[in-house]
Design a protein around this ligand. Structure first.
Ligand code: SF4
Length: 342
């Protein structure tokens, strides 16, 4: 059986044509899925019963079964552990800020990149998520928020997995969610994060998408970067930054560099100065965040004072930098903390 969210509109329309259904049925189903967030065939009451039964017998709608829901003590962050059809599991996180509802979605079960400070990397790679499994995470939270008369305002593709390692499915999911006839979620409200897969960054640049790009940098020299992110052995920082320049030239869009501040490691004045030098002339912004703790990494979060010193060196050198708030730590929902465990 195929997952309904894996169907593009033309795929769905041709399936219904095969079933000798009038063409407006595909529009009714699309609207039900992406405007009303219906996730069981019985809700599609404008369809004849025989078609609802056929849909239920041929396709499956329940891509994700919530297995555990955790809410942070400030009630601003909700993390859901979802069981997938093959009993593997992923997590996705909703963060509420003032008027914003930012959703962090996963693209893989586990991750092959092995970043040492990341719980997902520590669990290894299990499999890619399909386009529909990525879309279903957004539909789950869209449905939850709709019940509170709220909407998802931003989607960050920064959950479990390296989205550029599952590029086609991830981009198909973004296109699906972007569809004006469906969910109609603006491309600029997505941010996709990569650890720095240079060939894929170049492909992304060529495609000139409106989606925001974030790159996990974390260190300004190859030695330190490779000790934190194994992928840095394959793509040295200068090669990565050359790809970043090409991206900015092709798209005119600003890049965000993510930097998890580890006390006494990459929060030093030397690293800040080297980073400022490397980023000179690049349209970018640095998002620094004190490291979130994970079980198998001994590094500690930087202090507020050191984080501010790091930021000030960058900003004085003309590189914009902000210190991000850590969210959802009490439910392990922060960056690098997602793992498939209840
Ligand atoms: S930080 Fe991202 S790319 Fe690195 S191991 Fe974790 S999920 Fe994978």
């Amino acid at each position: 059986m195929r997952l309904i969210y894996d169907f593009s509109f033309p795929d769905l329309a041709s399936l219904l044509l095969e079933w000798d259904e009038p063409s407006y049925r595909a529009h009714q189903i699309w609207k039900g899925l992406y405007r009303n967030f219906w996730n069981v065939p019985t809700l599609f009451t404008q369809l004849p019963n025989r078609l609802r039964l056929k849909l239920a017998g041929t396709l499956y709608f329940d891509a994700l079964t919530p297995a555990a829901i955790h809410q942070s003590s400030d009630k601003q962050t909700i993390k859901t552990l979802f069981k997938l059809h093959d009993s593997l599991a992923i997590e996705a996180v909703l963060m509420k800020y003032d008027q914003r509802h930012t959703l962090c979605v996963s693209t893989q079960v586990g991750c092959a990149m092995g970043c040492v400070f990341c719980a997902t990397g520590q669990m290894g790679f299990k499999r890619h998520l399909s386009c529909g499994e990525i879309v279903a995470q957004v539909m789950y939270y869209a449905r939850m928020l709709a019940a509170e008369n709220e909407v998802v305002t931003n989607v960050v593709v920064m959950g479990m997995g390296e989205p550029f390692h599952n590029y086609d499915n991830t981009m198909e999911a973004i296109d699906r969610l972007n569809d004006p006839q469906g969910y109609n979620f603006g491309a600029r409200r997505f941010t996709i994060s990569t650890v720095g897969l240079v060939p894929v960054i170049l492909r992304f640049a060529e495609e000139k998408r409106q989606v925001n790009l974030a790159i996990s940098l974390h260190a300004a020299d190859d030695g330190m970067r490779a000790s934190m992110l194994p992928v840095a052995k394959r793509y040295p920082i200068d090669e990565l930054l050359t790809a970043c320049h090409k991206y900015v030239t092709a798209t005119g869009r600003r890049i965000t560099f993510e930097w998890a501040l580890v006390n006494g490691v990459n929060d030093t004045p030397e690293q800040a100065r080297l980073l400022a030098e490397k980023l000179r002339g690049l349209l970018c912004h640095v998002n620094a965040i004190p490291l979130n703790p994970t079980p198998s990494y001994m590094g500690q979060a930087t202090t507020r004072k050191r984080a501010e010193m790091f930021r000030d060196i960058l900003t004085r050198s003309g590189v914009p930098c902000t210190i991000r708030l850590r969210r959802g730590l009490d439910i392990c929902a922060g960056c690098g903390q997602l793992i498939s465990k209840a």
